[in-house]
Write a protein that binds this ligand. Structure first.
Ligand code: GLN
Length: 305
C-alpha cells in the first residue's frame, strides 16, 4: 500500500492544458488522456484545466503543464498569448510544476522561433533552445526512435514494467512521430531528451532530440521536457508518462511511488512502432545512396510528404 493511501490522504493531480484551442496537432491531446488514465488507475483524482493567455492565476496549483504542437499561424497567436501568460508560467515551473512541451509548443517556449512565415517570435526562454525554419527547409516527417541517456531515471522507472511485458530494454528508448521544418539548437549547457537512432530530432545534425532539464536544474524545481515527438507521445511511452506523474506528485509531497499497472498493450505498441520505423529508416538510408533514391526524396519533400 502506498504511503499516501496508508495515511488516508487522497492523492490529487491538476493538469494544465496550455493553449489547447490553438495547439492540438496530431492528437497531442492524447498525452492528457494518458496522464489522466495512468493517474486514475492508481486511484489519483485528476482535474484537467484549460489555460489560456489570461489564466496566469490558475497556474499556481497546476502539477503538470502540457503544451502541444501546431502550425506557424497558431504559433503567432501562442507567442502573443505567452507575452501575457509567460511570467506566471515561468513562476509555476520555478515552483515545481512539471512541463511537457511538444513540437510547436517546444519551439514557442524556447528563447525564439523564427520562420519566413512568422518572422521572429520571442518566447519566454523556459527551455534553453532556439528554433529557426530556414527558407526552403525540408519538412522532417516520419517515425522517430531516441535513446535515453545512460542511467536515465525515466528508463529506470520503466524497467520492471517493460520486462513484465516481455520487452526488456525498450524502456531505454522513446518512440514518436515528427513533422517539422524548424531546426532547434540547444543552449550550451542544455541536455537533449535523447539521441536519435531513427529520425532527425532537433536539427538532424548533432544527433540530439528534444530537451530535458531534471527537477531543480537551472533554478527550476519542476522537470522540463521539450520534444518533437507527436504520436501522441505518451500512449506508446508509458515510462515517460509515469516519470512525469512521479515528478508532479513529488513536488506537492504526495507519495510519488506509483503502483505497477499492466502495460502489455503499451509496450507492444512501442515495439511495433519501433520495428516499423527502423525498417523504413534503413530503407531510406539505402535509397539515399542511389541517384534515383535521392530524386524520390527530393520529390517527396517538394510535395510535402
Ligand atoms: N511550425 C513548426 C514546424 O514546422 C511546428 C510544427 C508542429 O508542431 N508539428 O517546424
Amino acid at each position: 500500500m502506498s504511503g499516501a493511501a496508508a495515511t488516508g490522504v487522497a492523492r490529487r493531480l491538476v493538469i494544465g492544458h496550455l493553449f489547447a484551442d490553438l495547439l492540438n496537432l496530431y492528437g497531442d491531446r492524447g498525452n492528457i488522456a494518458t496522464l489522466t488514465r495512468r493517474a486514475q488507475w492508481r486511484g489519483i483524482t485528476v482535474e484537467i484545466r484549460p489555460i489560456g493567455r489570461d489564466d496566469g492565476d490558475a497556474l499556481t496549483d497546476v502539477d503538470i503543464a502540457f503544451i502541444g504542437g501546431g502550425q506557424d499561424a497558431e504559433q503567432v497567436a501562442v507567442a502573443q498569448g505567452l507575452q501575457a501568460l509567460g511570467p506566471a508560467l515561468v513562476e509555476a515551473v520555478r515552483g515545481g510544476t512539471a512541463l511537457l512541451a511538444v513540437c510547436g509548443g517546444y519551439q514557442n517556449l524556447g528563447h525564439a522561433y523564427r520562420s519566413e512565415l512568422v518572422g521572429d517570435l520571442p518566447g519566454p526562454g523556459l527551455l534553453d533552445a532556439e528554433t529557426e525554419a530556414p527558407r526552403g527547409a525540408p519538412r522532417r516527417v516520419g517515425g522517430i526512435v531516441i535513446q535515453l541517456e545512460e542511467g536515465s531515471p525515466i528508463a529506470a522507472g520503466g524497467r520492471a514494467s517493460a520486462e513484465r511485458a516481455g520487452h526488456a530494454g525498450a524502456e531505454t528508448r522513446l518512440v514518436g512521430f515528427e513533422n517539422h521544418s524548424g531546426l532547434t539548437r540547444l543552449g550550451p549547457g542544455a541536455r537533449p531528451l535523447g539521441r536519435t537512432l531513427v529520425g532527425w530530432g532537433n536539427n538532424g545534425g548533432d544527433g540530439g532530440e528534444g530537451l530535458l532539464a531534471y527537477p531543480d536544474e537551472g533554478g527550476f524545481a519542476g522537470v522540463r521536457i521539450g520534444t518533437y515527438l507527436h504520436g501522441p507521445l505518451l500512449p506508446r511511452n508509458p515510462h515517460l508518462g509515469d516519470y512525469l506523474l512521479a515528478c508532479a506528485l513529488g513536488r506537492t509531497r504526495q507519495d510519488p511511488a506509483l503502483e505497477p499497472i499492466p502495460d502489455d498493450a503499451e509496450w507492444a505498441a512501442h515495439a511495433a512502432f519501433e520495428a516499423r520505423w527502423r525498417a523504413d529508416w534503413e530503407r531510406g538510408r539505402r535509397m539515399s545512396r542511389t541517384r534515383a533514391g535521392r530524386l524520390v526524396e527530393r520529390l517527396e519533400n517538394l510535395v510535402g510528404f
